[in-house]
Each structure stands twice: as structure tokens, then as C-alpha cells.
Design a protein. Structure first.
Length: 502
């Protein structure tokens, strides 16, 4: 099994989606239990990565490679490093919570919903394992299909508009990625990502390839100004779709930056780091103000995701800026480590926030902030979890939201105190829109009689929220295991940034 561990992780949920689908609409409980069994098995198998992967050795491990398209020299090749392992574990963990969270909520075609979730999970794991660029691209595109279905069938009243906007944006970016990959293939005659990383390129070549990749991955992150698809997708998506989109799918963009832009175009990345840093700061500050005026809870959290993912891109490109300056190698490493920790933290915090909104929506069928108020009077346990996740969203010390952001701000100070100032300012803005949300939803007197009828969270909802809470607190109090898991891989990435190809 260990020789094919990565393939098992990819194909177990995809193949598991078939019997779930065959259970049919007439046997919804069978479909639910089968999907939960597959999700739990996938998570258990993913835990073996912690046994088989050796963090201190670094590099790509657990390699699998089979010839796929002989005429083009394309291989079905898989491997993982510490960053991949962390993202896969988060994906399988969230996969269980999404299935449990939708247990009674999805009444219309639950077998199709659960099957789409399992297939999406397998495809996402494949993205984090692929070491052949064409395989990566195929999986990168394939994840659009189940998410398109999830939003288009189980979404809100404007779901068709949201799905089309989501698909057009992401597909548009993928065209540029495909063109860049075809050019690299003409130069290297292979899609092997390690070979592409070693390919000598002129500054002009690197510049064109850099921007082609940046457009593709910036849309997925999403970065300003190509972020406008995300709030619409979140608002119209079912709760599970929003959780997977925020917790895992957005990380595909930053993961692509790590796998393609960093090793293939290091000189162009260093030269244009200022541009990405500027866009990241705009996301952190301006989008925070946009979140402040939202009336829809989902839209507010969606905009906050753009702001928090800005910290990830900021940390990555701060490393670009610092690594080639003598004496700043440690700060470059700190910035990259902070970006990786923030990437994982955001998955848990944003997933938890969208789950909380889903819990309230299931009871009141509205996401408008003005329709709530005094919820904690009737749902005290829910209020406890909601406040905890809100504090994490603010970046409170002791929660996962603080660790990555603090590391990125500290590294930013070495690059420029002004960058650090603007980055740190988001802690104030984030506290503003998050606490303003909590105040209006949880506290005060009950003015809407329907709020008084809301029921406390049940055992299923408590399990999901408690699992998210455990992850947020564990990473906030003791981030060392995660930092150690990714440490050598992050260090090797930073070393790649220092390589001059021209």
C-alpha cells in the first residue's frame, strides 16, 4: 500500500463516489453513510503520510511515476513534500466535516451532493501530489467541474450567474497557464516539473512566463483585482461548497505559485516582487474596508478571505525581496514559513466561519446581518464557538490566526517598516469588521421573533464546530509540529529563490 499511497489517496474518494452515486435518491441514508465511510477511510490513509514522509530529509518523497501519454512524454507522476502533506491532511480532515455538516441539511439529491464532494476531494489531493506539469494542469482544471455542479445545483437564487462567473474567471486564467506550459515544453521537451525548474531562461522569457502563471494563480487565490468572482461564489454556494472553496480550493492558487513561479522564474519573481506585494497590501487593507460595509454575512467572510490570503502572497514575495539581500536569509525563511502557516490556518478559520453562518442559515434561512441579534441568548454553545472563530479571524494570540500573520509582519519589517505597518494595520481592520459582525448577530436584545425560536446546536453540529475549534487552538498554541513538517521543504524553496538563471 505504501508504494502507491498517493494514488490510493487520490482514487479512493473518486472511486468511492461511484457507489454513493449508485445509492440513488431512493436511499439517501445509504448514500450518506457510504460517503462518510469513504471520507473517514481517506483521512485515515492520509495519516500514513505522517509515518512515511520524513520532514528532516525534505525534497519530494513517496514518488510514483507511470508513462501516461507516450508521444508527448507525459507521466502520471506523483510525489509530496512537507507543504503537500500539510495541505492533503487539511483536505481530508475538512472532507469529513463537510460530509457530516451536510448530513440533514442537503435533502435534495444527497447522493449526488456527497459524490461530488468526494470526487472534488480526490482531485484536490491530486493537485497537491502532481509532479508532472500537464497532470497538474488537468487536475487544476478538473476541480472546476464538481464545484461548478455543487454551486449550480444546490446554490442560492443567483447560482447560475455565480457559477458562470466562477468558471469564466478561472478558465480564463488557465489559458495563460497552458500557453506558458506549452512554451516550456518546447524548450525542455518534457512536462516534468523538476526539469522545468532547472531550465535556463532569459529575463524576457521569465517575465512572460511569470505573468502567465501569475494571472492563472492570482485568480485562484484570489488576488486583487481578479477577486470579484469569490464573494458571488460564496454567497450562492451551499455551506459545504463554501467551506471547501475557502479551506482548500483557494490554496491551489498559492500552491501553484510555489510549484511554478518560484522555481521556474526566480529572477522575474524577484524583479516584480514589489508588484505582488503592492497587490497583497491592497487586498489586506482595502478589501478589509470593503468587508466592513457588507450586509450579508457570507459576503463579509468572503471578503475577509481575500484579505487573509493577501498575507500568504505577501509572505511569499517578501521572501523573494529579502533572499537576495546579504544577511536577510533568515527573515526570508521566516516570511515563507509565515505564509505557509497562514495558508493552513486560513483553511481552518474560514471553514469554521462559513460553517457557523450555515448553522444560522439552516434555522432562519437568511444571511442578512440585520435579521439577527441576540442569538447568544438562545444558542449559548453556538455563541461560544462563533466568538472563538471570530477571535481567530481577528488574529488573537493563542489562535491559529495570529501565528502566520505575526511571522509575515515580522519578516515584512526587515524589507520595509512601511510594508509591515500596512500589513499590521489589517489586525485593526479585521477586528473591526469581525467584532462588528459578532456584536450585531450575537449580542443585544432579540428583536426578530424568529430568532427566539432558534434551536441550540445539535450533536452533529457540535462535532463539526468542535473539530474546527481543536484545529484552530492546537495550531495557535503549538504550531511547532506544522512548522517542523514543512520546515525543510520551505527552506529548500527559499534556496531556490536565490538561484540566478541569468
Amino acid at each position: 500500500m505504501f508504494n502507491h499511497l498517493l494514488s490510493l489517496l487520490i482514487w479512493l474518494p473518486i472511486a468511492g463516489g461511484i457507489p454513493v452515486l449508485l445509492a440513488g435518491a431512493s436511499r439517501p441514508n445509504l448514500a450518506r453513510w457510504l460517503s462518510l465511510l469513504v471520507a473517514v477511510l481517506t483521512f485515515v490513509v492520509s495519516l500514513f503520510l505522517l509515518v512515511q514522509y520524513h520532514p528532516d530529509a525534505g525534497g519530494m518523497q513517496l514518488n510514483e511515476s507511470y508513462l501516461w501519454i507516450a508521444s508527448w512524454g507525459v507521466h502520471y507522476s506523483l510525489a509530496v513534500d512537507g507543504i503537500s502533506v500539510a495541505l492533503i491532511l487539511m483536505s481530508t480532515f475538512v472532507g469529513i466535516l463537510v460530509i457530516v455538516g451536510a448530513w440533514q441539511v442537503i435533502q435534495d439529491k444527497p447522493h449526488q451532493y456527497m459524490a461530488a464532494m468526494l470526487i472534488l476531494e480526490g482531485l484536490l489531493i491530486g493537485v497537491f501530489c502532481a509532479t508532472d506539469a500537464l497532470l497538474f494542469y488537468a487536475l487544476f482544471e478538473a476541480i472546476l467541474i464538481p464545484m461548478f455542479i455543487l454551486i449550480g445545483i444546490w446554490g442560492g437564487p443567483r447560482r447560475v450567474y455565480a457559477t458562470l462567473k466562477f468558471f469564466i474567471y478561472t478558465f480564463f486564467g488557465s489559458v495563460f497557464m497552458l500557453i506558458a506550459l506549452l512554451y516550456l515544453y518546447q524548450q525542455a521537451h518534457t512536462f516534468d516539473m523538476a526539469t522545468l525548474a532547472a531550465l535556463p531562461l532569459t529575463m524576457q522569457e521569465q517575465t512572460w512566463i511569470f505573468f502567465a502563471f501569475l494571472i492563472a494563480f492570482a485568480i485562484k487565490v484570489p488576488m486583487v483585482p481578479v477577486h470579484t468572482w469569490l464573494p458571488d461564489a460564496h454567497v450562492e454556494a451551499p455551506t459545504g461548497g463554501s467551506v471547501v472553496l475557502a479551506a482548500v480550493m483557494l490554496k491551489v492558487g498559492t500552491y501553484g505559485i510555489l510549484r511554478f513561479i518560484l522555481p521556474i522564474t526566480p529572477d522575474a519573481g524577484a524583479h516584480y516582487a514589489w508588484l505582488v506585494i503592492l497587490l497583497s497590501l491592497i487586498a489586506i487593507v482595502y478589501i478589509g474596508y470593503v468587508a466592513l460595509v457588507q450586509e450579508d454575512m457570507k459576503k463579509l467572510v468572503a471578503y475577509s478571505s481575500v484579505a487573509h490570503m493577501g498575507f500568504v502572497t505577501l509572505g511569499i514575495f517578501i521572501a523573494f525581496m529579502l533572499v537576495r539581500q546579504p544577511g536577510y536569509g533568515d527573515m526570508a525563511l521566516l516570511g515563507m514559513q509565515g505564509a505557509m502557516v497562514q495558508m493552513i490556518s486560513h483553511g481552518f478559520v474560514s471553514g469554521a466561519m462559513f460553517t457557523c453562518i450555515g448553522v444560522m442559515y439552516d434555522r432562519l434561512h437568511t444571511r442578512q446581518i440585520k435579521d439577527y441579534g441576540g442569538v447568544i441568548n438562545v444558542m449559548p454553545w453556538f455563541g461560544f464557538f462563533y466568538v472563538l472563530f471570530a477571535m481567530a479571524n481577528c488574529g488573537l494570540p493563542g489562535t491559529s490566526g495570529f501565528v502566520g500573520e505575526f511571522m509575515v509582519i515580522l519578516a515584512s519589517f526587515s524589507a520595509s517598516p512601511w510594508i509591515a505597518l500596512f500589513a499590521a494595520f489589517t489586525l485593526v481592520i479585521g477586528a473591526g469588521y469581525t467584532l462588528w459582525l459578532v456584536k450585531r448577530v450575537l449580542w443585544g436584545d432579540i428583536t426578530n421573533p424568529h430568532v427566539a425560536e432558534m434551536k441550540e446546536i445539535n450533536g452533529r453540529e457540535t462535532f463539526v464546530l468542535a473539530a474546527f475549534a481543536a484545529a484552530v487552538l492546537a495550531l495557535g498554541v503549538w504550531p511547532q509540529p506544522l512548522v517542523h513538517l514543512m520546515g525543510t521543504s520551505v527552506s529548500q524553496l527559499v534556496q531556490q529563490l536565490a538561484i540566478h538563471k541569468i
